[in-house]
Design a protein. Sequence first.
Length: 453
Amino acid sequence: MKTTPYIPPDHVMDLLLDAVCVVDAHGCFVFVSAAGERIFGYPPEEMIGKPVIDFVFHEDRERTLQAVGDIVKGQAYPHFENRYVRRDGQVVHLMWSARWSETDQVRVAVARDVTELKRVESLRAALYAMSEAAHATEDLLALFQRIHQIVGGLVPAGGFFVALYDAAKDELSFPYHVDEQELGPATSQPASATLSAEVIRSGKVLLLPPDAAAHSMSWLGVPLATKSGIIGSVAVQTLHAAAGYGPRDVELLQFVSTQIATAIERKQMEMALLHRARHDPLTDLPNRELFHDRLQAAMLLAGRNETRLALLYLDLDRFKQVNDSLGHPVGDLLLQETARRLRLCVRDSDTVGRVGGDEFLVLLNGIPLHKHAASIAEKIRVALDGPFTLAGQLVHVSPSIGIALYPDHGHDYRQLIRSADAAMYAAKKAGGNRFVMSACADVLDEAGGGAPG
């Protein structure tokens, strides 16, 4: 039986789900099939005569032009992917197959919308990356920076804000925020802090379109919810998406927010455990292990830069009498208040540590002369010689302080500690409430007199 050949109707190309496009040597559309309107959002007649590159997402334009150059040279491109901006401002992911016709001086290409496929792939990759980041990053700041990168691959996130809520203290903090509108260094609190607070208070998504409340940017915030409740919020901001964030962006950010909350909670627990392992539970000062690590690092840096540092070893005079007469609870309060006063006597770059009982170590970085260490020791002596009001009791103690300098009194951290310890016992033996410089016969009295050796 003879088969009659099928002759397709003129409109058969319009039945295709993929868009067929023809582009001339100048890079302008000369034909777009009907599917182009579904994919690009423009009627074909509005695209004819316009440069293709004008429709390409700005971040993909350079590599798109490189691919066009290869195609014109005769190289076939069966699976080229890039992004286009639809008429409504949404970004669409396309996979192209294209080749150049030397005879007709046009390139013919077929575009397939793979946006949904890319969305699923991106979400899967994002969830894996966040889980990995929760384990691999060193601290919360590194985690936030990595999450910013991951979310930025899903939705426009030139601005990115993380707010954390401490329910126990009823405090809101902003540990990470990058604002496209801030030209200078980031402030302690972003301009959109009120919006983040509202997201946490309400527990609902907040979407601010570009034209709302006279804002030119688009802002989207979602709560960070865990089994224990809302721990904060994450928000994105863009100045470049003309139509702002849409329902799909809301859905994406809501979906990944659960993983973000889990990653943050896991990292917070990890950091809390690490903090407890390296800090004194009573005073929250660095413990012996952490202090020794910092001292060794500081000595290496000082040796490399040929600078000095000072180590103070101090012990509280009459601490045992306080414990015996007023009890250990008051003794604990005394140690906590001592730690607080010590912190106030030094810089943020210095380290105060508790190494056991009523003994404390103070690391002073960048101390050029003996007299500078002596000046800080005297400041500490005066601060601790003042009365303490603890649990309704007036308590008086004073410190015995030993001072050792690197490299003068020790070239390794153990030797430096021994030198400061010996000087501290010399101060105590001389009656306490004073400081002594290591390897120095002069005992410096309450007024700080005497000459360092």
